[in-house]
Design a protein around this ligand. Structure first.
Ligand code: BGC
Length: 757
């Protein structure tokens, strides 16, 4: 077998330029001169989406059947990296069976706002939890010899201005919040590849961000794989090669290949620059040639999906009505019990191998639709029918949630509301004195105005293809619920830290809340919340005792004080009450899930390291430890602290944080890195901005016509996809219904007309 160096030495320039772009929508080029065949890369992240016919990255065209595991929003609630690792192994096996070399995931962007349309694909508002869960998934997939692509690097926490936005984040927040989970996943999971995000970070597109892709990712974190673009994220090819971006997807990108040749000729790019990328790609290709196709067990993977879901559901309320009584009489209400929402829309959409809805697992229950499954609207008739259905029953199990048109890749939500019809349904039943058990199917937090009046409520998130069976397991008590929330459920959207700044204006999104994301904010502002980070109930109870802490970790005892076996997730938070710099009240630095039989007790240990005590010092450009007495809190949630101890850590007595945390501009030393337009239209100009110019109107007026016709409705989906299309830069317009065109020529034509006018 030839070495990477030998292969690269013998490659022609054409081969090299071809290799640094995809072969098509889903394949990396091979190296014919070395006999390396092209390999397939495909979505992700919670199952395989290998498209069979047309290719698109919004999940429209069909794909081969594959297990739809629970999306990240649900798996994160297991707080158990073994869950993601097991799912990862199964996904790796499916990749082997389908001859896929890289699965595009996991996605670890921070849930800055509950409104991000893609939150269902991400894990948490907390980087430690997100990083650990993602590392589990990566280890699982990679253990099968299949690559993962950790995405979207970085600060990609919204869908608005999808390909053209600018996330303005101060350095401390970037390092402590928005990059931290990538760092954990890279160091612990060792993914083969990373995917850069569409957006700019502080005005530099991720695809050309040398600081991000080389200085931080490779030089600091020791990443030794390759980096690919998100689909269509290439903003400047020669600059990206220099920055450390190895593969442009999709391909072939002929206009960009021409730019590379020009840059080589003019001396703006060297062959050594290209060879660095080529070597990293060849190293992966060599490894990827080795896998042999092998079938997998569809039913075994379905079981894995079911276990992953049932170990993750979060029981929010229970007055003792759950688990269901064996001989009890229950009504099942809500169209989502039949038309379950078990995954989100977009590039992660999987064609499941089987599908367990909820209704078929409760054959003995009378059923009423309650609302329209598509619009979520109800009517007096549907309500009366539901009330009749619930009459004479011990309780009604009511399924509510967000329809597809409310949250998807491509756009952000406008509010945290459930469809009004769902809320009316629950309230109508409550008014009639019905005991209601609510099941919520949604990819992100929603407002739950009835939460104090229902008998029980469970957050099922999006449960994957085995959702129905998993719900049955938990409601009947076969499995004791043990999930805890990986994010805060605020009482009002206005309480969220990004309120007023989400999703930005004129393509700039200002992360004014800095490090105070999620529970860090609610705790700092002492805001009441509906359900706090880390919260979740069980059918049993747990008692914590006997804490001893040291710099190396915390040891304590957990006892199951109830009558049912169960699992408890204990969380470790650190605080430095006397800190000389702004700090979160507490920060998650460890957690452990322990299985306990009724009455059993176990000693558990949560490790700490010096790294657990760091903050990012922007003066020294390093993580730094402040000297002080740190409080170690052990909690059943972030607001249910059961044990506390203190450790002294020797460190810097003069920690540094720039500016005033309440004055965003001061965190940047006065000058915000906002998008500066060069005056001319270029390939990164959005369609909306291009159309503001005479040249844009003349040359691309037809594009607006196509978009208006394609999304002519006034329903949520048409409105949002219409908006998305106008927000696309010209280089990304192929992602709208507008047929592909030569971007270079179009830009030249527009500018020519503009100059003449
Ligand atoms: C998404 C990625 C996805 C890619 C390929 C993009 O639009 O942002 O997450 O992997 O398409 O489908």
């Amino acid at each position: 077998m030839k070495t990477v160096d030998e292969i690269v030495k013998n490659m022609t320039l054409d081969e090299k330029i071809a290799l640094i772009s995809g072969m098509d929508a889903w394949h990396m080029e091979g190296v014919p001169s070395a006999g390396l065949k092209p390999v397939m890369v495909t979505d992700g992240p919670h199952g395989l989406r290998k498209q069979t016919g047309g290719s698109d990255n919004l999940g429209q065209s069909p794909s081969v059947p594959a297990t739809c595991f629970p999306p990240a929003c649900l798996m994160a609630s297991s707080w158990d990296p073994c869950v993601t690792e097991t799912v990862g192994q199964a996904m790796g096996e499916e990749c082997i069976a389908e001859d896929v070399a890289v699965i595009l995931g996991p996605g670890v962007n921070i849930k800055r706002s509950p409104l991000c349309g893609r939150n269902f694909e991400y894990y948490s508002e907390d980087p430690f939890l997100a990083g650990k869960m993602a590392a589990g998934l990566i280890k699982g997939v990679e253990s099968k010899g299949i690559g993962t692509s950790l995405k979207h690097f970085a600060a990609n926490s919204q869908e608005s201005f999808r390909l053209a936005g600018n996330s303005v984040v101060d350095m401390r927040a970037l390092r402590e919040i928005y990059l931290r989970q990538f760092e954990i996943a890279v160091r612990e999971g060792r993914p083969s590849t990373l995917m850069c995000s569409y957006n700019r970070v502080n005005n530099v597109y991720s695809a050309v961000n040398k600081w991000l892709l080389t200085d931080v990712l490779r030089n600091e974190w020791g990443f030794d794989g390759f980096v690919m673009t998100d689909w269509g994220a290439m903003s400047d090819k020669p600059a990206s090669v220099k920055a450390g971006l190895d593969l442009e997807m999709p391909g072939p990108a002929e206009e960009n290949a021409a730019e590379v040749r020009n840059a080589l000729e003019s001396g703006n790019l060297s062959l050594e620059d290209i060879d660095k990328c080529v070597k990293r790609l060849v190293r992966f290709l060599l490894k990827a040639q080795e896998t042999e196709k092998k079938p997998y067990s569809v039913s075994a993977h379905h079981e894995i999906a079911r276990n992953a879901a049932s170990s993750s559901f979060v029981l929010l309320e229970n007055d003792g009505i759950l688990p269901l009584e064996k001989g009890g009489k229950y009504a099942l209400i809500g169209a989502m019990a039949e038309h379950i929402r078990y995954q989100g829309s977009g590039s992660s959409r999987i064609n499941p191998t089987m599908l367990d809805d909820i209704r078929s697992f409760f054959p003995g229950c009378d059923y009423a639709m309650g609302y329209d499954p598509v619009t979520g609207e109800t009517s007096d008739e549907l309500l009366s029918e539901s009330i009749r259905c619930a009459e004479g029953k011990d309780a009604a199990i009511v399924v509510v949630g967000l329809p597809d048109s409310y949250e998807a890749e491509g756009f952000d939500r406008l509010s945290m509301d459930l469809p009004a019809g769902h809320v009316r349904l629950v309230n109508s039943l409550l008014e009639k004195g019905v005991k209601v058990i609510v099941l919520i199917l949604a990819g992100a937090p929603v407002l739950l105005p009835f939460r104090k009046d229902v008998s029980a409520m469970m957050m099922c998130y999006l449960g994957g293809q085995a959702l129905g069976g998993a719900v049955h397991d938990v409601l009947t008590g076969k499995i004791n619920p043990s999930g805890k929330l990986p994010e805060t459920f605020p009482l009002r959207l206005e309480d969220n830290p990004s309120w007023g700044n989400f999703a930005g204006e004129d393509r700039n999104s200002l992360y004014r809340e800095s490090i105070f994301v999620g529970y860090r904010w609610y705790d700092w502002k002492k805001l009441p919340v509906a359900y706090e980070f880390g919260y979740g109930k069980s059918y049993t109870t747990f008692e914590y005792s006997g804490l001893s802490v040291s710099v190396n970790g915390a040891e304590f005892t957990i006892r199951n004080t109830g009558t049912k076996d169960g699992s408890e997730i204990a969380q470790l938070y650190i605080s430095l009450p006397d800190s000389r710099i702004p700090r979160a009240v507490r920060e998650l630095k460890g957690f452990v899930k322990t299985v306990l039989k009724a009455g059993e007790e176990k000693k558990v240990f949560i490790p700490l390291s010096r790294d657990s005590f760091t903050y990012f010092n922007v003066k020294t450009d390093c993580f730094d430890v402040e000297d002080g007495d740190y409080v170690i809190s052990i909690g059943a949630s972030s607001r249910d602290i059961r044990l506390e101890g203190t450790v002294h850590i020797d460190g810097n007595k003069e920690p540094y944080a720039r500016g005033d945390i309440n004055d965003f501009e001061s965190l940047f030393e006065g000058k915000l890195p906002l998008i500066e337009d060069g005056g001319q239209v270029d390939k990164n100009t959005t369609l909306a901005d291009a159309l503001k110019t005479e040249g844009g109107r003349q040359v691309l007026g037809y594009a607006a016509g196509i978009i208006e016709k394609s999304y002519s409705g006034d329903d949520n989906l048409s409105l949002r996809f219409r908006q998305l299309s106008y927000e696309l830069p010209l280089r990304g317009l192929w992602m709208s219904p507008v047929p592909p065109f030569s971007v270079k020529e179009t830009v030249e034509k527009i500018n020519k007309v503009n100059e003449e006018n």
